[in-house]
Design a binder for this molecule. Sequence first.
Ligand code: ADP
Ligand code: F6P
Length: 483
Amino acid sequence: MAKGRTFDLVIAANRLPVDRVVDSDGTERWRRSPGGLVTAMDSVMRGREGAWVGWAGDPGEAPTPFDEGGMWLHPVEISQEEVEQYYEGFSNDTLWPIYHDVIVPARFHRPWWVAYERVNQRFAEAIAEVAAEGALVWVHDYQLQLVPQLVRELRPDVRIGWFNHIPFPPVELFAQLPWRSRLLTGLLGADYLGFQRTADAQNFIRSCRRHLDATTKGDTVTLPAADGRPGRTVRASAVPISIDFRSLDELARSPAVKARAQEIRASLGNPETLFLGVDRLDYTKGIRHRLKAYEELLAEGTLSTPDVTFVQVATPSRERVDAYKRLRTEVETTVGHINGSYSTIGAQAVHYLHQSYPREEMAALFQAADVMLVTPLRDGMNLVAKEYVTCRNDLGGALVLSEFTGAWHELHQAFVCNPHDIEGLKQTMLRAMSASPKEKQRLMRALRRRVSDHDVLVWADRFLENLRAAPDRPPRRTGKERS
Ligand code: ADP
Ligand code: F6P
């Protein structure tokens, strides 16, 4: 049971919101972690008291727990071998491809699974240490699917929720996993399971029916009593994630961001059309597909520099995993090829930026772009799409959005595309850039309304409400943080 500080709300995610970076001179600093999970949960936890259990982003001994902006960060140690087997291996080379339509083949290695089990156990122990009596424990994402059951075993008094930031695969794909039943039982240790789309929740429920001795009804799964564990019913439903609309909108309205947006356009030679892509450098994001469409439009002469240019921001991600290394080579070769063939002196066809930027710079880029290209082959949500419309308080700009993103299920006024259909994608890009200002305003107004009404705080409240409403209530909570 808990020895140190304990909290009524505990978040657990593979990563802490900040990564520890050690510079070449040995100085240690903390940098915001990449990805949508941190963007969303950072906003949710601002102003709430709670602990965040996660990895500090580098292998080896975990830093001592510390307070960061009112949140208690509790680092979990992950060794070099576990980084390779649990994080790069099982999480990102086995689960990630299976959960994203096997865009690249999944790799199965038994030692990776063993490491996944071991690290999930360590996370569960860390959670049990910081959770107050009857606490709410909110576990995130595919890296921690065994944690709900493991926490339940250690701390039957707490209430456990899990949210999946990525898609949950169809039964036929999930069935490939040799450890499928263990993953499902791990998740069913939760009181409530949240997914991005109803289809994801249904995929999960169907897998439970197929692989476990479970009965399902509507959005619930019931496991019979077994191995000394009581039978329980768990609800699995959709709660689509979002962003902090108000704070990003305010930032985008600031004179400094507006001036920077102008400056960006000017430094690109004030093109008639600026296309923008912003993604982690991940094969799920369809970066190659949008480059191909753009290249063909240039080759045909439908588009040409200096009238158009394309800025692709590609955040470094999972750089030691082979599929990511290959993608980086392909993207960089293609960018080089496009620039070699279609740039002129002073007018580059593609600006490729393999870097992370502060929020202000991202907001300025979004404001500067005429057409935002969000073309994933599969994406749980895609917060970039929501950030783009949030930054367009001028009602300018156009969003091209893949039908294979969770975001598409909410943002129907976007210019929809199927990124596999290159010809169709080209036509959609042209339609988006040439829509009349009046039409763009009408669409952007509707898109902004949707994001504003369903922001990240609404998402968190809905998730926590579902978690609190789950059956099998644990003993009442005993009050505020204990020490
Ligand atoms: P994922 O979680 O798969 O990375 P999302 O689109 O849901 O994808 O979230 C990505 C988040 O990371 C967004 O908040 C986006 O603004 C941010 N981001 C992406 N690229 C960069 C970058 N180069 N610099 C800073 N933030 C970035
Ligand atoms: O939800 C997708 C996700 O894996 C998140 O866990 C995280 O926000 C993001 O992608 C970044 O990935 P990683 O933590 O592997 O760098």
